[in-house]
Design a protein around this ligand. Structure first.
Ligand code: CAA
Length: 283
């Protein structure tokens, strides 16, 4: 199946990055959100990030302008349903995603491939609520999307080979590399990464180190580009907690229990960079 247009649901930090790379690769993009403010903010961020690429000499001005012209925004689901590929990139909460799929499915073209950028929720379960489990899969980008070269592709139990190959071709056209993961809680990257972040929060909670010593230790001692607490703030502490809960519930193993300090920060609304405060203060 030839993909020419991509609908993206959710204009947050993942959705705007996905729109950016899809438009640059030549796809017509329909970006949807429930808030006009979020759509305007996303377009502004995309233009700013593209301008940075132009000013660094990594992108021609004409390509930048063509990419921006390929993106349309909408508060409605109808134009999204007309796209060849839809990527849902809304909040990492299953009930939110299911509501979106319930509303979207009646508007989809029969041949549209439906995917979710979920970082941890069961693809098989999400697919089972739609009319097309065979044309449904996980399409998981890493943050920041324009910089990170990996996309995890996750097949649900019913996903057919044609759907997988069409999604793989999109990843290749983006110039990114796909890692195929089986549909188990948090797939590959977050199964490994988020428990490490959770362990870093335990290290802080137990007083083994402070915020800066923990991050410095992992940056200089393990060559990580960001320390685990800085990375947690970057991902969002609510997302990290949601992923730990999916692992804990789905694998029923106490080694995945979320650190109480992580829970407390989320309860306080200290969600990381996006909230202005997490393990660091961004205000
Ligand atoms: N959008 C576009 N480009 C961006 C960007 C953004 N949001 N943020 C940074 N960049 C670009 C910069 O313009 C710069 O580009 P050039 O190389 O062309 O100059 C490049 O990225 C490096 O940025 P900086 O020099 O500003 O800063 P840095 O060297 O500290 O790198 C980083 C920033 C790329 C974010 C780096 O710190 C890093 O790789 N961090 C780890 C990120 C990571 O682990 N992501 C995965 C998170 S897990 C996930 O996403 C899965 C999930 O489901 C939770």
């Amino acid at each position: 199946m030839d993909i020419g247009s991509v609908g993206i649901i959710g204009a947050g930090q993942m959705g705007n990055g996905i729109a950016h790379v899809m438009a640059l690769a030549g796809y017509d993009v329909v970006l949807n959100d429930v808030s006009q403010e979020a759509l305007d903010g996303a377009l502004g961020r995309i233009e700013k990030n593209l301008d940075r690429q132009v000013s660094k000499g990594k992108l021609e001005q004409e390509m930048r302008d063509a990419a921006v012209a390929r993106i349309s925004t909408t508060l409605e689901l109808d134009p999204v349903g007309q796209c060849d590929l839809v990527i849902e990139a809304a909040t990492e909460r299953e009930e939110v995603k299911q509501k979106i799929f319930d509303a979207l499915v009646p508007k989809l073209k029969p041949e549209t491939i439906l995917t979710s950028n979920t970082s941890s929720i069961s693809i098989t379960r999400l697919a089972s609520r739609t009319d097309r489990p065979e044309r449904f899969m996980g399409f998981h980008f890493m943050n920041p999307v324009p910089v990170m070269s990996l996309v995890e592709l996750i097949r649900g139990i019913a996903t057919d080979q044609e759907t997988y190959e069409a999604c793989l071709a999109v990843v290749e056209k983006l110039g990114k590399t796909a890692a195929s993961a089986e549909d188990f809680p948090a797939f590959i990257v977050n199964r490994i990464l988020v428990p490490m972040i959770n362990e870093a929060v335990y290290t802080l909670y137990e007083g083994v180190g402070n915020v800066s010593s923990i991050d410095e230790a992992m940056k200089l001692g393990a060559n990580h580009p960001m320390g685990p607490l800085e990375l947690a703030d970057f991902i969002g502490l609510d997302t990290c907690l949601a992923i730990m809960n999916v692992l804990h519930d789905g694998l029923a193993d106490t080694k995945y229990r979320p650190c109480p300090l992580l829970t407390k920060y989320v309860e306080a609304g200290w969600l990381g960079r996006k909230a202005g405060r997490g393990f660091y203060d961004y205000r």
